[in-house]
Design a protein around this ligand. Structure first.
Ligand code: AMP
Length: 399
């Protein structure tokens, strides 16, 4: 069985063709500058097939982009499948499913309507996801399509975790609540953690740290998300590459009045000019910050310290929330690659049974237990694979 996984943005579209059972990847790539000057990248994972690197392909809309993907996949010289019939289903990443979706679903007209209803909750993302779905439906009629939501995994959170202390009618009338994001990633690594520990997900309390350009930490009790650090939007929680994370809302009034900013200006600062970039003044990329810190740049070092400290505090609070923790998971760009940040975050937690193994932690990008053999709480490095999770969900719905 082959599943085509699509992650559509407003002017870009990432794709992977993979086998959901074996996890074998056949091809992946990217369509960029859709509606502008169209750049197409194709990376077949089969020996002897040639890749295409940002070549010019006319893509006035997402439909031509999907068609370019299909043409490349079935190309007689460099394709990886003989015909479109070898694509059994398409799995679409959809950012926001609101309260309507607590799991992945087969796409029907009603589902499309419900995803459209969620546009006000994710005005930048859901319209692009919908465009991607419609383009696929046009170019691949009759092929089953599945929507996999970033928010769905977190729909198990209890009301005490998702309710904001605002007048309750903002929840009832306007759906203002914590939703959480990165759900596909947290769900995937939680499943892998259970497999690595040889336990059932129901028997585990996990804290999953998805640390990348965007970052979130999730408390997973018995296989279910019970709290997460992102909120109504992905701006909440930890400081990130360029996002502020949580802050005192009073700061908005103070800065907006002082610098005559309107709310769009302010949100632009909070989304694009804040986080570790804002504090360091150097970069949003943690590699640059680590290097700058080593060269004596105090603000770069401070920004990384703030980030690590934020993750450590979340680990402590989620352990308290769950009444314990069996394993802490590190994933995504920083979590998978930065041994120094993993060490900074997980050291000093010996009081709660976390003991790191420096040698075991000296690894990157592959599944590993990085805590000491006698650590009561296991610390795991697990590379995330959202595409595989989407493919698995898609396969289970169409089988
Ligand atoms: P992601 O959003 O998951 O792709 O993660 C991107 C972030 O991971 C960037 O800030 C990268 O600098 C960071 N990253 C990747 N490799 C490393 C590394 N070796 N050490 C520290 N950070 C890294």
């Amino acid at each position: 069985m082959n599943i085509l996984v699509i992650n559509a943005g407003s002017s870009s579209l990432k794709y992977q063709l993979l086998n959901p059972d074996t996890g074998v990847l056949l091809a992946k790539g990217l369509c960029e500058r859709i509606g502008i000057d169209g750049k197409f990248t194709y990376k077949p994972q089969v020996d002897g097939k040639k890749k295409l690197d940002a070549i010019d392909v006319a893509m006035p809309t997402h439909s031509e982009a999907i068609q370019a993907v299909l043409n490349a996949l079935v190309d007689k010289d460099n394709g990886v499948i003989a015909s479109m019939k070898e694509i059994d289903a398409v799995g679409h990443r959809v950012v926001h499913g609101g309260e309507a979706f607590n799991k992945s679903v087969l796409i029907t007209d009603e589902v499309m309507k419900a995803v459209e209803d969620c546009i006000p909750l994710a005005p930048l993302h859901n319209p692009a996801n919908i465009t991607g779905i419609k383009a696929c439906q046009k170019v691949m009629p009759g092929v089953p399509m599945v929507a996999v939501f970033d928010t769905a995994f977190h729909q198990t959170m209890p009301a005490k975790a998702y309710t904001y202390a605002l007048p309750y009618e903002y929840y009832e009338n306007d759906k203002v609540r914590r939703y959480g994001f990165h759900g596909t990633s947290h769900k995937y690594v939680a499943g892998r953690a259970a497999a690595m520990l040889g336990k059932k997900p129901e028997d585990l309390k996990l804290i999953s740290c998805h640390l990348g350009n965007g970052s979130s930490v999730t408390a997973i009790d018995g296989g279910k998300s019970v709290d997460t650090s992102m909120g109504f939007t992905p701006l909440a929680g930890l400081p990130m590459g360029t996002r502020s994370g949580d802050l005192d809302a009073g700061i908005l009034q103070y800065l907006m009045n002082k610098y005559k900013m309107n709310i769009d200006d302010m949100l632009n600062v909070l989304n694009k000019k804040s986080g570790v970039l804002g504090v360091s003044g150097v970069s949003s990329d943690f590699r640059d910050l680590e290097n700058a810190g080593k060269e004596g740049n105090d603000r770069a070092a401070l920004s990384v310290d703030m980030f690590n400290y934020g993750v450590k505090k979340l680990i402590g609070s989620y352990a308290a929330a769950m009444g314990g923790v069996d394993a802490i998971i590190f994933t995504a760009g920083v979590g998978e690659n930065s041994k120094s940040q993993r060490m900074a975050i997980a050291s000093g937690l010996e009081f709660m049974g976390v003991k790191m193994d420096e040698k075991a932690n000296d690894t990157r990008g592959e599944e590993a237990v990085i805590s000491a053999a006698d650590s009561k709480v296991k610390v795991l490095l697990i590379p995330t694979n959202e595409e595989l999770m989407i493919a698995k969900d898609t396969a289970s719905l169409v089988k």
